[in-house]
Design a protein around this ligand. Sequence first.
Ligand code: DX5
Ligand code: ZN
Length: 219
Amino acid sequence: MRHPSLLAPSLLAGDHAQLATSVRTVAACGASWLHCDIMDGHFVPNLTFGPETLAALRRTGSTLFFDTHLMLAEPQRYLEVFAKAGANLISIHIEPIYDHRAALRTIRSLGCQCGIVLNPGTPATAIEALLDQVDLVLVMTVQPGFGGQPFRRDMLPKLQQIDQWRRERGLNFRLEVDGGIELSSAAECRAAGADTFVAGTSFFKSNDKAAYAATIAAL
Ligand code: DX5
Ligand code: ZN
């Protein structure tokens, strides 16, 4: 089945001294999702924020859907703490070695939706056996770690492959893209099967964020 298009603005590109303001900006433009990038300086060469930041943003009263992207070498150690902090969906990468299936089950048992993520260098076949276990597949369209990188158009065939498996198997997960997304790359990803669009730099730089969100929703 084909989900309606949905924008998930990435907090990474917001003002880190005013994260609560960034969250209000996201809600005010009509977006319902907020993409939260969690980095540990090991799996990726950068650091962001942790569960206490998420919990504090939740305590401001935000009802946004916290789409939590864990870029961690040992994500299985941090599932409960992010669930308790207010994550609605927790995505974990396939590349580190741990029991992915068990971790996905744990995320669901904590009352969250679960997602699996692939780096640009990871083939679609790496997650093929997990497709019936997830609520979302996130195809990275940049090497994770930093915002503001150019979109990797060579990821489009990977999206098409995963979308084809989804249709053939009658599955219903969302197909999300993250990295270098703006209106034209989003349209290309939509044509390749994506329905969920993370946008950091392009969203926060946009002068009319409500129009930006509406344009993505209309793809
Ligand atoms: C990259 C992060 C992204 C990042 C995208 O490591 O996973 O979510 O915020 O930023 P832009 O949209 O600027 O490419
Ligand atoms: Zn992300």
